[in-house]
Design a protein around this ligand. Structure first.
Ligand SMILES: [Zn+2]
Length: 433
């Protein structure tokens, strides 16, 4: 239905044309084949881009991709004219809370939010996420398993949203980060944590998130403190890996991160105070970093002011900012695996763009090439998820998750600021081409 509306919008010059187009689109719908023609396909391996390309989409996958003339377009295929546009894989944001509640005003407004209301708010945010060009997200902490219900609804076509990989509910210890949130269960000792880990896995979580240091948004321990014991960390990671489930850790702390990386941790969130030896160890072990640099970057101050954040939060955020930025610079220098994540809603308006586009821009300012930053938001994120055979690049056989831009993002990452087309699984959700 949406695809039809989008195409109708493009040709309003005459009623006759409109009727004809509607009919032809309906036919194409039946055939389920779309050809995106005329655009330039960006090569994520840094090779030459494909100019005047054809991407043939059959059902929800890319059926063929190549220069015009080298790909047969079946009769009746719907055509999307991407002339002058640059085509990249759908963006991926690896640190998202669709039900995010920030301290201050939001907490006051949502203190009695029901689980049903939460799910609906998350569904609305999922739709906005998708329209912002983000076709895959990893959820790093949700409430009441609304995340998993939403994931299933999206997969069934009952709701519009990105592909979701979720860590379910975070695993926190008594007195730790987030432990005092109303209704939040805390777990202490390896036995309780193993039980909690398996409970999340049983509910459908494909990741687990442990909170091993303090955080900015709560008073549960210092950012540099190693709050969880090595035995607790090891127990969760072992329990998760036995089910093929990966573990990420909220950590600002070099000490906590060192313990967790030795225990086989897969990924570190934020990494506020990470030092060079810790980053070298992460590089050695192949541990991922999801920087969420928009959380502390000075340029996002207006966002936090708009959210009505309390002074204590602003103080914690600003005091962490310099070291967080330095940690990101060093992680890039050391070649640590980095996947993009924001800890803000992917579509959150920020500095004239979205949090996702701004995060990528900061990676370039911190030392990445535009191509590296683009990769962190696409194929590298797919590698983090071990889903690189399905998503993360524009290749035959992969899901047709495609975004069009008006500039070459490998020349200027700010190209991500202007999203012209969003296709997920072969379906067009937004078309401003
Ligand atoms: Zn977070």
């Amino acid at each position: 239905m949406r695809r039809r509306e989008v195409n109708i919008n493009r040709v309003l010059s005459s009623t006759v044309v409109l009727i004809f187009l509607t009919a032809s689109v309906l036919t194409a719908h039946a055939a389920g084949t779309t050809a995106i023609v005329g655009g330039t396909v960006v090569d994520l391996a840094g090779k030459a881009s494909i100019k005047n390309a054809v991407i043939l989409v059959a059902g929800d996958r890319i059926a063929a991709i190549g220069k015009a003339g080298s790909v047969d377009i079946p009769e009746g295929a719907q055509q999307v004219d991407a002339g002058g546009a640059w085509l990249i894989p759908g963006l991926m944001n690896m640190h998202v809370h669709l039900g995010l509640v920030m301290p201050g005003r939001m907490t006051a407004e949502l203190h009695d939010e029901s689980e049903a209301a939460l799910a609906l708010r998350m569904a609305a945010n999922a739709r906005e996420t998708l329209l912002a060009g983000v076709t895959t997200i990893r959820l790093t902490g949700s409430r009441a398993h609304a995340d998993l219900a939403l994931m299933r609804a999206i997969n069934k076509g009952q709701a519009d949203g990105p592909r979701i990989f979720s860590a379910g509910e975070t695993l926190t210890i008594t007195a730790g980060h987030g432990s005092k949130k109303p209704g939040k269960r805390n777990y202490d000792g390896p036995d309780e944590l193993v039980k909690a880990a398996r409970t999340q896995i049983s509910a459908g979580a494909k990741w687990l998130k442990i909170l091993i240091s303090g955080g900015i948004a709560t008073d549960g321990g210092g950012l540099a403190a190693a709050l969880m014991t090595p035995g607790e960390i090891q127990a969760v990671i072992d329990a998760a890996h036995r089910f093929g489930v990966k573990v990420t850790a909220h950590s600002g702390s070099p000490a906590a991160t060192n313990i967790a990386v030795d225990a086989g941790l897969d990924c570190v969130e934020h990494g506020y105070f990470l030092d060079r030896p810790t980053l070298k160890k992460m590089k050695e072990h192949g541990t991922w970093l999801v920087p969420t640099i928009v959380v502390t970057a000075p340029g996002t101050q207006p966002f936090f002011e708009r959210m009505g954040m309390p002074p204590w939060y602003m103080e914690r955020r600003n005091s962490a900012g310099k070291l967080h930025w330095r940690a990101l610079e060093m992680a890039i220098e050391e070649g640590v695996n980095i996947a993009l994540g924001t800890d803000q809603l992917p579509h959150e308006p920020n500095d004239g763009t979205t949090a996702t586009a701004l995060e990528a821009q900061y990676y370039v300012e911190a030392g990445m090439t535009p191509l590296q930053a683009l990769r962190s938001a696409t194929i590298e994120a797919a590698r983090l998820l071990e889903a690189e055979d399905e998503i993360g690049s524009l290749e035959t056989g992969k899901y047709a998750d495609i975004v069009a831009l008006d500039k070459d993002p490998t020349q200027d990452i700010r190209a991500l600021r202007n999203i012209l087309l969003v296709m997920k699984g072969g379906k067009v959700y937004r078309n401003n081409l």
